[in-house]
Each structure stands twice: as C-alpha cells, then as structure tokens.
Design a protein around this ligand. Structure first.
Ligand SMILES: Cc1ncc(COP(=O)(O)O)c(C=O)c1O
Length: 354
C-alpha cells in the first residue's frame, strides 16, 4: 500500500467500523436501533410496489413532500441514496478547485480527490472552538464543502457565516445531515433559495435510523441539480427510498423530528454535565449536535480500554486536523450514557492518578 492508499483508507474509516458487534455503541450517531414502527409499516406497505420500476409519480410525490417541508419548489429537490451519494456526485459539477472545511466528514474529500479534483483543506482551530472564518477559504475555490452542524466537532455555524461563502460561479455545499437534530433546525439553509450556488444535502439516516436504506436529498437551483445528476443511471433511487423520503417529510414526521431534536438537546446537556466531573477529559468547542468531540490523555490506550469494557467510541484521528487523543462519542440518554461516563471516570482516574 502506498502512503496515499493508507491515507485514503483512513479517510474512509467511519464509526460503523469502531462499533463492532457486541459493544455498547457510542461510535455511530444513529438515534435508534431501528426505524420507528410507523415508518417500518410505510416501508412494508411499499414492498408491493417492488414488482415495478420506480415511477415518475413516486419521484414527484417525494419531491413534492420535501419541497413542502422546506418551502422550496419540487424542481429544487433531488432525491439521493443518502447524503453520501450527493458527495459522490459532486465531481459531475466539474469543479477546478474544491475547498473542504475541516475537521469534518471525510467522504466529500474522498469523492472529489478520487475524481482528480484538486482539494484544498481549510483547517479550523480548536483554540477558537472550530469557528468558521469564511475569509480562510481561497477565493479561487469554485466548490466549497462545509458541514452544519459539523461532524465531528458538533459545532453549528451561523447561517450568516455560511452565506458569506457563497458567490456567483461557486457551488457552496452545506452538509446538513445532522441539522434535524438541532431544535428548530436553526441556522439551516434548506429553505434559502436566494443564495447563489447553494447546494444543501440532507439525510434521513440519523434521526430515522435508516442507515441501511440510504435515503437523503439535495436542495438547490434546478440547473445545479441537473448538473449534479448528469451521470446518474436511469431509476437512480428505488421505490423504498422514495417512500421513506415522502413519509419522513410529511407534517407528522416533521413534528416528531422536532420533538426528537428537543430530546437530543436535553440528552446532550445531561451528557455534558455528567462528563464535567471526569478527570483529565475536555469536551471541545460548543457542541450543538447529538455527539461530542473529546480530548483525552493517551486516547489510543483509553479507546482500547473502553473496548475491553465492551464500549465503542469513535476514533477521531482519521479526521484531518485531529489526533489520537481526540474521540467522538454519541450523546445518548442518561441511563446509557452513564455506562460510558463510569468507564471513562475509572480509566482516566488510573491515567491521571486520582
Ligand atoms: C456529517 C455527515 N454527512 C453525511 C453523512 C452521510 O449520510 P447518509 O447516511 O445520508 O449518506 C454522514 C454519515 O455518517 C455524516 O456523518
């Protein structure tokens, strides 16, 4: 393996690898272990449609539901096989220089680099809480990717700072895969039809426990979406994906998502309080997503020790800009999060000698 292959393999590392079967999972940020009953029922009912190719009516229904949810037009919606497909399609826009704000989810960089697009990393700094400084993005970048809230820092950037990144001739990709876990979806640009070149990517994976389905969508100007989808095959998404996107965009689901976001917020506040007494551990930045970025002494040893206790956390050294002492943990309900806190307290007490 060349060093480039090794780097690519590390960029392709995700929490699902850390969360080996049998471990209590704080590595993956999916909220539940399966989709809610009403959604499973909708998907089960849609199985009867699998004897036909996905129809334009199913696609139109999904796009209409998403459009109504975000106050956009149906032609401003492109249904995707997860937000990850949106990243894989970015090279079709033929960018000449992509700027990726880091630390952040690494799939956009991999997709662009694999396609031969020059990628420049824009590093944010721990000492100012990973705040976004739009002026750090090179002027010549004609594609910019930023996550909001960002995985793994959990930072929610102000919509105003994101808007400052937009300009004619540039595509601004805002990865909002986690914004449905932020109460009020504040700082979302999903409804912003006035920002030039804006492409918002959304995911159904986390809130609705659907990682195995691959469901998400893009919002943007119809010409931009046409460019993005240029090389997609006929019937690019299946009927079950279309059904899930329709179902999760309907008012009852959006209301449930809002309630889940409030709960996620409360669980994160509890998790922060519980971690406050753990010796030697720092929670970085101001977390707003349902996960926390930690800095700990001797992170590799700690991760192995937690694993030995049956607990999986996400290694974070595979994110550009972070190292072995960074770990990402899902903020779960107090009953479950307590397991992690107890294990951290015991292991770190050994480490710092208290
Ligand atoms: C920040 C971020 N964006 C996008 C994705 C991919 O989402 P999807 O499952 O919809 O492809 C992930 C998955 O972990 C993620 O963490």
């Amino acid at each position: 393996m060349t060093s480039q292959d090794t780097e690519r393999a590390l960029l392709r590392h995700h929490g699902d690898v850390d969360a080996a079967p049998g471990l209590v999972d704080f590595a993956v940020n999916v909220r539940m272990d399966r989709p809610p009953r009403w959604l499973r029922d909708r998907l089960a009912a849609a199985l009867d449609r699998l004897g036909r190719y996905p129809s334009s009516a199913e696609d139109a229904a999904a796009r209409a539901a998403v459009a109504a949810r975000h106050g956009r037009g149906p032609d401003e919606v492109l249904v995707l096989n997860g937000a990850a497909e949106g990243f894989a399609l970015l090279p079709a826009l033929r960018p000449t220089l992509a700027a990726v704000v880091h630390p952040s989810f690494t799939e956009p960089e991999v997709a662009l680099a694999d396609a031969g697009v020059p990628v420049c990393r824009v590093p944010l700094a721990e000492d100012d809480g990973y705040l976004l400084h739009p002026e750090l993005v090179p002027d010549e970048a004609d594609l910019v990717v930023v996550g909001n809230p960002t995985n793994p820092t959990s930072v929610l950037h102000p919509a105003g700072a994101l808007r400052r990144l937009a300009r004619p001739g540039r595509v601004l990709v805002v990865d909002e895969a986690f914004i449905d876990a932020v109460p009020g979806e504040c700082e979302s640009l999903a409804g912003a039809a006035d920002v030039p070149g804006l492409l918002v990517l959304r995911s159904l994976t986390k809130t609705w426990a659907l990682p195995g389905l691959r469901a998400g969508y893009a919002l943007g100007d119809p010409a931009l979406l046409a460019g993005l989808g240029r090389h997609r095959p006929q019937w690019p998404v299946g009927s079950l994906v279309l059904e899930a996107v329709t179902a999760c965009s309907e008012p009852a689901a959006v209301a449930e998502s809002a309630r889940l976001a409030e709960r996620a917020d409360a669980e994160r506040a509890d998790a922060l309080l519980a971690l406050a007494g753990v010796p030697g551990l720092l929670v970085l930045a101001e977390p707003r997503a349902p996960f926390l970025l930690l800095r700990v002494p001797d992170g590799e040893r700690l991760r192995a020790a937690l694993r030995g206790r049956g607990i999986a956390v996400r290694r974070a050294d595979t994110f550009p800009g972070l190292g072995p002492d960074h770990l990402r943990v899902a903020a779960r309900a107090p009953g479950q999060f307590g397991l992690l806190v107890d294990a951290l307290r015991q292991e770190l007490a050994l480490e710092v000698g208290v």
